[in-house]
Design a protein around this ligand. Structure first.
Ligand code: EPU
Length: 422
Protein backbone atom coordinates (compact mmCIF):
# COMPACT_ATOMS: atom_id res chain seq x y z
CA UNK A 1 0.00 0.00 0.00
CA UNK A 2 1.24 3.48 -0.79
CA UNK A 3 0.46 6.75 0.92
CA UNK A 4 1.54 10.38 0.75
CA UNK A 5 3.36 12.11 3.58
CA UNK A 6 3.19 15.89 3.57
CA UNK A 7 5.02 18.21 5.96
CA UNK A 8 3.30 21.57 6.15
CA UNK A 9 4.55 25.11 6.33
CA UNK A 10 6.60 25.64 3.16
CA UNK A 11 6.15 28.70 0.99
CA UNK A 12 6.04 27.70 -2.69
CA UNK A 13 7.88 29.25 -5.62
CA UNK A 14 7.96 28.83 -9.37
CA UNK A 15 5.70 27.48 -12.06
CA UNK A 16 3.51 24.42 -12.48
CA UNK A 17 2.18 23.22 -15.83
CA UNK A 18 -1.38 22.05 -16.16
CA UNK A 19 -1.72 18.61 -17.78
CA UNK A 20 -4.20 17.47 -20.38
CA UNK A 21 -7.78 17.27 -19.07
CA UNK A 22 -8.82 13.90 -17.65
CA UNK A 23 -12.48 14.63 -18.32
CA UNK A 24 -11.76 15.44 -21.96
CA UNK A 25 -9.37 12.53 -22.58
CA UNK A 26 -12.00 10.17 -21.17
CA UNK A 27 -14.34 11.24 -24.01
CA UNK A 28 -12.02 11.55 -26.99
CA UNK A 29 -10.69 8.01 -26.39
CA UNK A 30 -14.13 6.32 -26.63
CA UNK A 31 -14.99 8.60 -29.59
CA UNK A 32 -12.26 6.79 -31.56
CA UNK A 33 -14.59 3.76 -31.74
CA UNK A 34 -16.66 5.83 -34.21
CA UNK A 35 -13.72 6.41 -36.54
CA UNK A 36 -12.70 4.37 -39.52
CA UNK A 37 -8.98 5.25 -39.48
CA UNK A 38 -5.99 5.59 -37.19
CA UNK A 39 -5.90 8.35 -34.56
CA UNK A 40 -3.20 10.11 -32.62
CA UNK A 41 -3.90 11.75 -29.27
CA UNK A 42 -1.37 14.22 -27.90
CA UNK A 43 -1.04 15.87 -24.46
CA UNK A 44 -2.64 12.78 -22.92
CA UNK A 45 -2.39 12.57 -19.12
CA UNK A 46 -1.17 9.07 -18.19
CA UNK A 47 -3.33 8.72 -15.09
CA UNK A 48 -5.05 5.61 -13.77
CA UNK A 49 -8.50 6.40 -15.27
CA UNK A 50 -6.92 6.87 -18.71
CA UNK A 51 -4.97 3.61 -18.40
CA UNK A 52 -8.25 1.81 -17.64
CA UNK A 53 -9.95 3.40 -20.68
CA UNK A 54 -7.02 2.37 -22.93
CA UNK A 55 -7.24 -1.18 -21.50
CA UNK A 56 -10.96 -1.25 -22.31
CA UNK A 57 -10.30 -0.20 -25.92
CA UNK A 58 -7.48 -2.72 -26.28
CA UNK A 59 -9.69 -5.46 -24.87
CA UNK A 60 -12.27 -4.65 -27.57
CA UNK A 61 -9.64 -5.14 -30.27
CA UNK A 62 -8.15 -1.66 -30.87
CA UNK A 63 -4.38 -1.52 -31.49
CA UNK A 64 -2.68 0.87 -29.11
CA UNK A 65 0.84 2.29 -29.06
CA UNK A 66 1.58 4.54 -26.11
CA UNK A 67 4.55 6.84 -25.64
CA UNK A 68 4.29 8.14 -22.10
CA UNK A 69 7.37 10.36 -22.31
CA UNK A 70 5.79 12.19 -25.29
CA UNK A 71 2.28 12.04 -23.72
CA UNK A 72 0.93 10.52 -26.92
CA UNK A 73 -0.97 7.46 -27.95
CA UNK A 74 -1.72 6.08 -31.41
CA UNK A 75 -4.88 4.06 -31.74
CA UNK A 76 -6.08 1.96 -34.63
CA UNK A 77 -9.75 1.16 -34.01
CA UNK A 78 -10.25 -0.88 -37.21
CA UNK A 79 -9.72 -4.21 -35.41
CA UNK A 80 -12.58 -3.67 -32.95
CA UNK A 81 -15.07 -6.49 -33.40
CA UNK A 82 -16.08 -7.48 -29.88
CA UNK A 83 -19.16 -5.78 -28.43
CA UNK A 84 -18.90 -6.89 -24.78
CA UNK A 85 -16.92 -4.61 -22.44
CA UNK A 86 -14.63 -6.24 -19.88
CA UNK A 87 -16.58 -6.57 -16.64
CA UNK A 88 -13.51 -6.10 -14.43
CA UNK A 89 -12.53 -2.86 -16.17
CA UNK A 90 -16.08 -1.49 -16.32
CA UNK A 91 -16.37 -1.93 -12.55
CA UNK A 92 -13.22 0.16 -12.04
CA UNK A 93 -14.27 3.12 -14.15
CA UNK A 94 -17.55 5.05 -14.12
CA UNK A 95 -16.67 6.61 -17.49
CA UNK A 96 -16.82 3.20 -19.18
CA UNK A 97 -20.54 3.95 -19.71
CA UNK A 98 -19.46 6.55 -22.30
CA UNK A 99 -18.20 3.73 -24.55
CA UNK A 100 -21.76 2.46 -24.88
CA UNK A 101 -22.66 5.49 -27.09
CA UNK A 102 -20.05 5.03 -29.82
CA UNK A 103 -20.27 1.20 -29.62
CA UNK A 104 -24.02 1.30 -30.24
CA UNK A 105 -23.67 3.90 -32.98
CA UNK A 106 -21.00 1.87 -34.80
CA UNK A 107 -22.00 -1.75 -34.12
CA UNK A 108 -25.64 -1.50 -33.08
CA UNK A 109 -24.93 -3.55 -29.94
CA UNK A 110 -23.04 -3.40 -26.64
CA UNK A 111 -22.94 -5.50 -23.49
CA UNK A 112 -21.65 -4.15 -20.18
CA UNK A 113 -22.12 -4.33 -16.43
CA UNK A 114 -23.12 -1.39 -14.20
CA UNK A 115 -20.11 0.97 -14.12
CA UNK A 116 -18.12 1.51 -10.94
CA UNK A 117 -16.35 4.72 -9.95
CA UNK A 118 -15.84 7.01 -6.99
CA UNK A 119 -17.97 7.51 -3.92
CA UNK A 120 -19.26 11.05 -4.41
CA UNK A 121 -22.90 10.05 -4.76
CA UNK A 122 -25.33 7.55 -6.25
CA UNK A 123 -24.18 8.07 -9.87
CA UNK A 124 -27.24 6.57 -11.61
CA UNK A 125 -27.28 5.77 -15.36
CA UNK A 126 -31.01 6.20 -16.03
CA UNK A 127 -30.52 9.12 -18.44
CA UNK A 128 -28.10 7.01 -20.50
CA UNK A 129 -30.52 4.10 -20.74
CA UNK A 130 -33.47 6.41 -21.54
CA UNK A 131 -31.35 8.17 -24.17
CA UNK A 132 -30.35 4.91 -25.88
CA UNK A 133 -34.01 3.85 -25.76
CA UNK A 134 -34.98 7.05 -27.61
CA UNK A 135 -32.53 6.06 -30.37
CA UNK A 136 -34.45 2.80 -30.70
CA UNK A 137 -32.15 0.57 -28.65
CA UNK A 138 -33.66 -2.18 -26.50
CA UNK A 139 -32.26 -3.14 -23.12
CA UNK A 140 -32.04 -6.75 -21.99
CA UNK A 141 -30.97 -7.38 -18.42
CA UNK A 142 -28.79 -10.32 -17.49
CA UNK A 143 -27.85 -10.91 -13.84
CA UNK A 144 -25.14 -8.26 -13.39
CA UNK A 145 -24.99 -6.95 -16.96
CA UNK A 146 -27.19 -5.36 -19.59
CA UNK A 147 -27.20 -5.73 -23.36
CA UNK A 148 -28.27 -2.82 -25.57
CA UNK A 149 -29.33 -3.66 -29.12
CA UNK A 150 -30.42 -1.23 -31.81
CA UNK A 151 -33.62 -2.22 -33.64
CA UNK A 152 -32.66 -3.52 -37.11
CA UNK A 153 -29.01 -3.12 -36.08
CA UNK A 154 -28.92 0.68 -36.49
CA UNK A 155 -29.70 3.59 -34.16
CA UNK A 156 -32.29 6.09 -35.43
CA UNK A 157 -31.99 9.85 -34.81
CA UNK A 158 -33.92 10.99 -31.71
CA UNK A 159 -35.28 14.05 -29.93
CA UNK A 160 -33.98 13.85 -26.36
CA UNK A 161 -34.68 16.16 -23.42
CA UNK A 162 -32.34 15.62 -20.46
CA UNK A 163 -34.41 16.01 -17.25
CA UNK A 164 -31.15 17.01 -15.48
CA UNK A 165 -28.06 18.53 -17.04
CA UNK A 166 -25.55 15.70 -17.47
CA UNK A 167 -22.02 16.07 -18.80
CA UNK A 168 -21.16 12.50 -19.81
CA UNK A 169 -24.80 11.89 -20.71
CA UNK A 170 -24.63 14.73 -23.24
CA UNK A 171 -21.28 13.56 -24.64
CA UNK A 172 -22.44 9.96 -24.90
CA UNK A 173 -25.64 10.89 -26.77
CA UNK A 174 -23.64 13.14 -29.14
CA UNK A 175 -21.45 10.14 -29.95
CA UNK A 176 -24.45 7.83 -30.31
CA UNK A 177 -25.98 10.28 -32.80
CA UNK A 178 -22.90 10.68 -35.02
CA UNK A 179 -23.47 7.45 -37.03
CA UNK A 180 -27.22 7.11 -36.33
CA UNK A 181 -29.69 7.36 -39.21
CA UNK A 182 -31.24 10.84 -39.44
CA UNK A 183 -31.29 13.87 -37.21
CA UNK A 184 -30.88 14.01 -33.43
CA UNK A 185 -31.72 16.96 -31.19
CA UNK A 186 -30.40 17.07 -27.62
CA UNK A 187 -32.18 19.56 -25.36
CA UNK A 188 -31.08 20.87 -21.94
CA UNK A 189 -27.59 19.66 -22.87
CA UNK A 190 -24.52 20.35 -20.72
CA UNK A 191 -22.31 23.23 -21.92
CA UNK A 192 -18.85 22.30 -20.55
CA UNK A 193 -15.88 23.36 -22.77
CA UNK A 194 -14.97 19.66 -23.17
CA UNK A 195 -18.25 19.16 -25.08
CA UNK A 196 -17.62 21.96 -27.59
CA UNK A 197 -14.08 20.73 -28.27
CA UNK A 198 -15.24 17.13 -28.66
CA UNK A 199 -17.81 18.27 -31.25
CA UNK A 200 -15.18 20.38 -33.04
CA UNK A 201 -12.85 17.35 -33.30
CA UNK A 202 -15.63 15.01 -34.45
CA UNK A 203 -16.70 17.58 -37.07
CA UNK A 204 -13.10 17.75 -38.31
CA UNK A 205 -13.45 13.99 -39.05
CA UNK A 206 -16.71 14.41 -40.97
CA UNK A 207 -19.41 14.43 -38.26
CA UNK A 208 -22.21 17.01 -38.49
CA UNK A 209 -22.76 18.51 -35.04
CA UNK A 210 -24.17 22.01 -34.45
CA UNK A 211 -24.74 23.95 -31.24
CA UNK A 212 -22.31 22.15 -28.89
CA UNK A 213 -21.61 24.50 -25.96
CA UNK A 214 -25.25 25.63 -25.94
CA UNK A 215 -28.27 23.86 -24.38
CA UNK A 216 -29.51 22.59 -27.76
CA UNK A 217 -27.29 20.37 -29.89
CA UNK A 218 -28.29 19.11 -33.33
CA UNK A 219 -26.55 16.18 -34.97
CA UNK A 220 -27.14 14.98 -38.52
CA UNK A 221 -26.10 11.32 -38.71
CA UNK A 222 -23.41 10.42 -41.27
CA UNK A 223 -22.33 7.01 -42.65
CA UNK A 224 -18.66 7.18 -41.67
CA UNK A 225 -16.11 9.44 -40.00
CA UNK A 226 -12.34 9.36 -40.49
CA UNK A 227 -9.54 9.23 -37.91
CA UNK A 228 -7.40 12.23 -37.04
CA UNK A 229 -4.98 13.85 -34.62
CA UNK A 230 -6.36 15.44 -31.47
CA UNK A 231 -4.73 17.45 -28.69
CA UNK A 232 -6.19 17.07 -25.22
CA UNK A 233 -7.16 20.51 -23.86
CA UNK A 234 -5.70 21.73 -20.52
CA UNK A 235 -7.39 20.45 -17.39
CA UNK A 236 -9.48 23.30 -15.98
CA UNK A 237 -10.00 21.43 -12.70
CA UNK A 238 -6.26 20.99 -12.19
CA UNK A 239 -5.75 24.67 -13.03
CA UNK A 240 -8.34 25.82 -10.49
CA UNK A 241 -6.94 23.48 -7.83
CA UNK A 242 -3.38 24.76 -8.32
CA UNK A 243 -4.61 28.36 -8.06
CA UNK A 244 -6.20 27.48 -4.68
CA UNK A 245 -2.88 25.89 -3.67
CA UNK A 246 -1.04 29.16 -4.31
CA UNK A 247 -3.63 31.11 -2.31
CA UNK A 248 -3.70 28.63 0.56
CA UNK A 249 0.08 28.58 0.98
CA UNK A 250 0.25 32.38 0.54
CA UNK A 251 2.73 31.87 -2.28
CA UNK A 252 3.43 33.47 -5.61
CA UNK A 253 3.21 30.62 -8.12
CA UNK A 254 2.35 30.59 -11.80
CA UNK A 255 -0.10 28.04 -13.11
CA UNK A 256 0.98 27.62 -16.72
CA UNK A 257 -0.64 26.14 -19.86
CA UNK A 258 -4.20 26.72 -18.77
CA UNK A 259 -7.23 28.38 -20.36
CA UNK A 260 -8.46 30.80 -17.64
CA UNK A 261 -11.71 31.33 -19.55
CA UNK A 262 -12.57 27.63 -19.02
CA UNK A 263 -12.70 28.19 -15.25
CA UNK A 264 -16.14 29.81 -15.58
CA UNK A 265 -17.39 31.21 -12.25
CA UNK A 266 -14.30 30.18 -10.27
CA UNK A 267 -12.18 33.27 -11.02
CA UNK A 268 -14.93 35.85 -10.32
CA UNK A 269 -15.70 34.07 -7.02
CA UNK A 270 -12.03 33.97 -6.02
CA UNK A 271 -11.71 37.68 -6.80
CA UNK A 272 -14.79 38.38 -4.69
CA UNK A 273 -13.12 36.43 -1.87
CA UNK A 274 -10.14 38.80 -2.11
CA UNK A 275 -7.76 36.66 -4.18
CA UNK A 276 -5.01 38.65 -5.79
CA UNK A 277 -4.48 37.02 -9.18
CA UNK A 278 -2.65 37.99 -12.33
CA UNK A 279 -4.43 36.44 -15.27
CA UNK A 280 -2.86 36.07 -18.69
CA UNK A 281 -4.09 34.37 -21.82
CA UNK A 282 -2.70 30.98 -20.77
CA UNK A 283 -1.51 31.43 -17.18
CA UNK A 284 -2.65 32.54 -13.72
CA UNK A 285 -0.22 33.85 -11.08
CA UNK A 286 -1.28 33.85 -7.44
CA UNK A 287 -0.14 36.60 -5.05
CA UNK A 288 -0.39 36.79 -1.26
CA UNK A 289 -4.02 37.56 -0.45
CA UNK A 290 -6.18 38.22 2.61
CA UNK A 291 -9.24 36.11 2.03
CA UNK A 292 -12.78 36.95 3.05
CA UNK A 293 -15.40 34.21 3.52
CA UNK A 294 -17.50 33.94 0.35
CA UNK A 295 -20.35 31.46 -0.08
CA UNK A 296 -20.80 29.37 -3.21
CA UNK A 297 -23.22 26.92 -4.76
CA UNK A 298 -21.84 24.48 -7.30
CA UNK A 299 -23.54 24.56 -10.67
CA UNK A 300 -23.19 23.15 -14.18
CA UNK A 301 -20.81 25.08 -16.47
CA UNK A 302 -20.27 28.00 -16.56
CA UNK A 303 -21.22 27.89 -12.86
CA UNK A 304 -18.80 26.97 -10.07
CA UNK A 305 -17.52 23.45 -10.92
CA UNK A 306 -18.31 20.75 -8.36
CA UNK A 307 -14.85 19.27 -8.98
CA UNK A 308 -13.25 22.47 -7.60
CA UNK A 309 -15.58 22.63 -4.58
CA UNK A 310 -13.36 20.50 -2.25
CA UNK A 311 -10.23 22.72 -2.52
CA UNK A 312 -12.44 25.82 -2.32
CA UNK A 313 -14.04 24.52 0.89
CA UNK A 314 -10.54 24.10 2.33
CA UNK A 315 -9.68 27.62 1.16
CA UNK A 316 -12.63 28.96 3.14
CA UNK A 317 -11.17 27.45 6.35
CA UNK A 318 -8.41 30.06 5.88
CA UNK A 319 -10.72 32.97 5.00
CA UNK A 320 -12.06 35.45 7.56
CA UNK A 321 -15.71 34.91 8.42
CA UNK A 322 -18.45 32.41 7.74
CA UNK A 323 -19.28 30.91 4.38
CA UNK A 324 -21.85 28.40 3.20
CA UNK A 325 -20.80 25.80 0.68
CA UNK A 326 -23.76 24.35 -1.20
CA UNK A 327 -22.79 21.25 -3.19
CA UNK A 328 -25.75 21.13 -5.54
CA UNK A 329 -24.63 18.36 -7.92
CA UNK A 330 -23.49 15.37 -5.82
CA UNK A 331 -24.81 14.25 -2.42
CA UNK A 332 -21.56 12.62 -1.22
CA UNK A 333 -19.02 15.29 -1.96
CA UNK A 334 -18.90 17.10 1.38
CA UNK A 335 -18.31 14.17 3.74
CA UNK A 336 -14.54 14.62 3.49
CA UNK A 337 -14.94 17.82 5.55
CA UNK A 338 -15.17 15.59 8.66
CA UNK A 339 -11.53 14.77 8.09
CA UNK A 340 -10.62 18.48 7.78
CA UNK A 341 -12.30 18.94 11.18
CA UNK A 342 -9.94 16.36 12.71
CA UNK A 343 -7.14 18.69 11.54
CA UNK A 344 -8.70 21.67 13.35
CA UNK A 345 -11.11 23.10 10.77
CA UNK A 346 -14.48 24.39 11.94
CA UNK A 347 -16.97 23.02 9.44
CA UNK A 348 -20.55 22.17 10.36
CA UNK A 349 -22.58 19.94 8.07
CA UNK A 350 -26.20 21.08 7.77
CA UNK A 351 -27.19 18.26 5.41
CA UNK A 352 -25.28 16.20 2.81
CA UNK A 353 -25.47 19.12 0.34
CA UNK A 354 -24.49 22.00 2.68
CA UNK A 355 -21.74 22.93 5.12
CA UNK A 356 -20.98 26.10 7.07
CA UNK A 357 -17.29 26.96 7.30
CA UNK A 358 -15.91 29.37 9.93
CA UNK A 359 -12.43 30.71 9.42
CA UNK A 360 -9.63 31.25 9.70
CA UNK A 361 -8.52 28.16 11.65
CA UNK A 362 -5.08 26.65 12.17
CA UNK A 363 -4.72 23.10 10.85
CA UNK A 364 -2.63 20.30 12.35
CA UNK A 365 -1.18 17.27 10.56
CA UNK A 366 -3.27 14.07 10.84
CA UNK A 367 -3.69 10.67 9.18
CA UNK A 368 -6.42 10.92 6.54
CA UNK A 369 -8.03 8.65 3.94
CA UNK A 370 -8.80 9.92 0.47
CA UNK A 371 -12.40 9.00 -0.43
CA UNK A 372 -12.23 10.29 -4.05
CA UNK A 373 -9.77 12.14 -6.24
CA UNK A 374 -10.91 15.72 -5.61
CA UNK A 375 -11.15 15.28 -1.83
CA UNK A 376 -7.79 13.48 -2.02
CA UNK A 377 -5.94 16.37 -3.69
CA UNK A 378 -7.60 18.69 -1.16
CA UNK A 379 -6.10 16.62 1.65
CA UNK A 380 -2.66 17.13 0.11
CA UNK A 381 -3.31 20.90 0.06
CA UNK A 382 -4.51 20.74 3.69
CA UNK A 383 -1.27 18.95 4.60
CA UNK A 384 0.74 21.77 2.98
CA UNK A 385 -0.73 24.38 5.35
CA UNK A 386 -0.98 22.18 8.46
CA UNK A 387 1.51 22.16 11.33
CA UNK A 388 3.49 18.91 11.31
CA UNK A 389 3.00 15.76 9.25
CA UNK A 390 -0.13 14.68 7.36
CA UNK A 391 -0.38 11.13 6.01
CA UNK A 392 -2.92 10.38 3.27
CA UNK A 393 -4.04 6.80 2.61
CA UNK A 394 -5.91 5.33 -0.39
CA UNK A 395 -3.92 7.38 -2.88
CA UNK A 396 -5.02 5.28 -5.88
CA UNK A 397 -7.94 7.72 -5.79
CA UNK A 398 -5.53 10.63 -6.27
CA UNK A 399 -3.50 8.83 -8.98
CA UNK A 400 -6.77 8.32 -10.88
CA UNK A 401 -6.78 12.00 -11.75
CA UNK A 402 -3.38 13.59 -11.09
CA UNK A 403 -0.24 12.36 -12.85
CA UNK A 404 2.90 12.02 -10.70
CA UNK A 405 1.50 14.69 -8.45
CA UNK A 406 4.23 14.44 -5.81
CA UNK A 407 7.04 15.08 -8.35
CA UNK A 408 5.25 18.11 -9.76
CA UNK A 409 4.59 19.56 -6.30
CA UNK A 410 8.13 18.91 -5.06
CA UNK A 411 9.40 21.22 -7.84
CA UNK A 412 7.41 24.06 -6.26
CA UNK A 413 8.93 23.37 -2.84
CA UNK A 414 6.22 21.18 -1.32
CA UNK A 415 7.55 18.67 1.22
CA UNK A 416 5.68 15.59 -0.04
CA UNK A 417 6.75 12.01 -0.58
CA UNK A 418 5.15 8.77 -1.71
CA UNK A 419 5.75 6.09 0.90
CA UNK A 420 5.30 2.32 0.53
CA UNK A 421 3.81 0.67 3.60
CA UNK A 422 3.50 -3.06 4.14
N1 EPU B 1 -27.39 11.82 -13.08
C1 EPU B 1 -28.56 11.12 -13.03
N2 EPU B 1 -28.76 10.14 -13.96
C2 EPU B 1 -27.85 9.84 -14.94
C3 EPU B 1 -26.64 10.59 -14.99
C4 EPU B 1 -26.45 11.58 -14.04
O1 EPU B 1 -29.40 11.34 -12.16
O2 EPU B 1 -28.10 8.95 -15.76
C5 EPU B 1 -27.18 12.89 -12.08
C6 EPU B 1 -25.92 12.69 -11.23
O3 EPU B 1 -26.15 11.81 -10.15
C7 EPU B 1 -25.64 14.10 -10.77
C8 EPU B 1 -26.07 14.94 -12.00
O4 EPU B 1 -26.92 14.11 -12.78
O5 EPU B 1 -26.40 14.45 -9.69
C9 EPU B 1 -24.98 15.47 -12.86
O6 EPU B 1 -24.03 14.46 -13.12
P1 EPU B 1 -23.29 14.34 -14.53
O7 EPU B 1 -23.96 13.25 -15.30
O8 EPU B 1 -23.16 15.67 -15.15
O9 EPU B 1 -21.87 13.85 -14.04
P2 EPU B 1 -20.93 12.93 -14.87
O10 EPU B 1 -21.10 13.23 -16.29
O11 EPU B 1 -21.07 11.53 -14.40
C10 EPU B 1 -18.85 14.52 -15.08
C11 EPU B 1 -17.42 14.44 -14.63
C12 EPU B 1 -17.37 14.57 -13.12
C13 EPU B 1 -17.98 15.91 -12.75
C14 EPU B 1 -19.42 15.99 -13.27
C15 EPU B 1 -20.10 17.32 -13.04
C16 EPU B 1 -16.40 13.04 -16.29
C17 EPU B 1 -15.74 11.76 -16.61
N3 EPU B 1 -16.85 13.16 -15.05
O12 EPU B 1 -19.51 13.43 -14.40
O13 EPU B 1 -16.01 14.53 -12.75
O14 EPU B 1 -17.98 16.05 -11.35
O15 EPU B 1 -19.42 15.75 -14.70
O16 EPU B 1 -19.38 18.33 -13.64
O17 EPU B 1 -16.47 13.94 -17.11
C18 EPU B 1 -14.18 14.19 -11.32
O18 EPU B 1 -13.43 14.41 -12.29
O19 EPU B 1 -13.77 14.14 -10.14
C19 EPU B 1 -15.61 13.97 -11.57
C20 EPU B 1 -16.39 13.34 -10.71
Amino acid sequence: MENFEVIGGNELHGEIEVNGAKNFALKILPAIVLMSGKCKITNLPFIEDIRRMLELLEDLGAKIESDESQKTVEIDPTGISKTALSETLVRKLRSSIILAGPMLSRFGEVKMSHPGGCVIGKRPIDMFLDGFGAFGAEVQWEEEAFILKAKDGKLKGADIFFPKVTVTGTETMVMAAVLAEGKTILRNAAMEPEISVLAEYLNSCGAKIKGAGSPTIEIEGVKEISGGEFRVIPDRIEAGTFVMMGLLTKSEITVKNCIPEHLGAVIPILKKAGANLEIGEDYITTKKSDLIATSIATHEYPGFATDIQPPYTLLMTQAKGISIIHEAIFEGRLFFTDQLNTMGANIIMCDPHRVVVSGPTELYGKRLTSPDLRAGITMILAGMIAKGKTVIDNIYQIDRGYEKIEERLQKLGVDIKRVKEN
